[in-house]
Design a protein around this ligand. Structure first.
Ligand code: HEC
Length: 311
């Protein structure tokens, strides 16, 4: 090829590079702090609490200092039947998410509604409290401090709860265990839609730290996994040993998150389990060994709660 063509190529490359740099530099900047929180952002803040990364309050990433998400079907104060409601319980001393403690996280309208109708200004970390996510008549989502507005105390709500999810603690384990090496929490604006569901919007992330988007994807996106697979039994088996439900899975086993004892208080003997599983894998047994049900304060339970809450 003649020298001339090389020269044209070089010039064209230079022009394209310059144009792209100019666009990058002069593109009007987008002020992310001006974005209003969506309902999803409010739910996430109240589910996960303050940041779930390496910090002074939970240096070993054990899922400490986190709220509990509960579902209610009766009013914890009066006992009257109510529509199924999610509530977020912060025991005294649990750190609040930034949205509750900083004025510029929720977005102007959401902040105003949360402060006036929701009375969040009355809440304090020392006293703890119970929060709800509500939607105003004009579609503005806001946070309600139910301890002030309805007299729902931490103890009463925990007692009245149908289910308790340790999803906030579970997110910390998602970070610690490095699930994000393989899984993303970020469906893309491509045909991803069809498999993994709606991509997030900017306002979904107000106050969330870290966002756990993932590095690159070697496994299914999990942002909405709880919507397509809500089986606690499946999750329990899959985390204990993914090969029980997906014969050729590359996902590691997380059986060590079960700790020493199962839900009934029986000792868990991983060596004996393995031995039986190997016999099953070799075809000497018809059924695989049973997977222990995780204890209610085990790390396995936290992680499963987190995953099932990704709706
Ligand atoms: C080495 C890569 C890898 C790591 C690390 C990993 N996974 Fe997976 N995961 C997979 C693959 C591959 C699948 C697809 C199903 C299968 O093979 O088991 C999967 C499936 C899943 C599913 C079911 C997805 C669906 O679409 O139904 C969940 C939930 C899940 N993983 C959660 C986790 C969590 C939580 C962690 C961290 C504790 C984790 N995974 C760590 C590779 C991984």
């Amino acid at each position: 090829m003649a020298f001339r063509e090389y020269r044209i190529g070089c010039i064209m490359f230079g022009v394209c590079l310059s144009v792209s740099m100019i666009v990058t530099i002069f593109l009007p900047s987008f002020d992310i702090s001006g974005t209003s929180s969506t309902q999803i952002a409010l739910e996430k803040q109240l589910t996960y609490g303050w940041e779930s990364a390496f910090n002074y309050y939970d240096p070993f990433l054990q899922g400490k200092d986190k709220p509990i998400k509960v579902t209610l079907t009766k009013d914890p104060r009066t006992g009257a039947k109510i529509d199924r409601t999610d509530a977020y319980v912060f025991k005294p001393g649990t750190h609040f998410p930034d949205g509750l403690t900083h004025d510029n996280i929720l977005g102007e309208k959401v902040q105003a509604a949360s402060a006036s109708t929701g009375r969040i200004g009355e809440a304090s970390e020392e006293a703890g409290g119970v929060f709800l996510v509500r939607v105003a008549a004009d579609d503005t989502p806001y946070i309600e401090y139910a301890t002030a507005t309805r007299g729902w105390t931490v103890d009463a709500v925990l007692k009245a709860a149908d289910q308790q999810f340790l999803a906030g603690s579970g997110k910390t384990l998602f970070v610690r265990e490095g699930c994000w090496w393989c899984h993303t929490l970020l469906p893309e604006e491509t045909q991803d839609w069809q498999t993994f569901g709606r991509p997030p919007m900017t306002g979904d992330f107000n106050g969330e730290s870290p966002t756990t988007f993932g590095s690159d994807r070697k496994a299914p996106d999990l942002l909405h996994v709880g919507s397509r697979n809500s089986s606690r039994e499946w999750m329990t088996m899959h985390f204990f040993n993914p090969r029980l439900v997906q014969p050729h899975s590359i996902m590691p086993r997380y059986d060590y998150l079960w700790g020493d004892k199962d839900k009934e208080g029986n000792l868990i003997d991983l060596k004996a389990w393995d031995k039986e599983y190997m016999a099953y894998a070799a075809g000497d047994l018809i059924y695989p060994p049973e997977v222990p049900i995780p204890a209610s304060d085990s790390e396995a339970r936290m992680l499963i709660d987190f995953v099932l809450n990704l709706k």
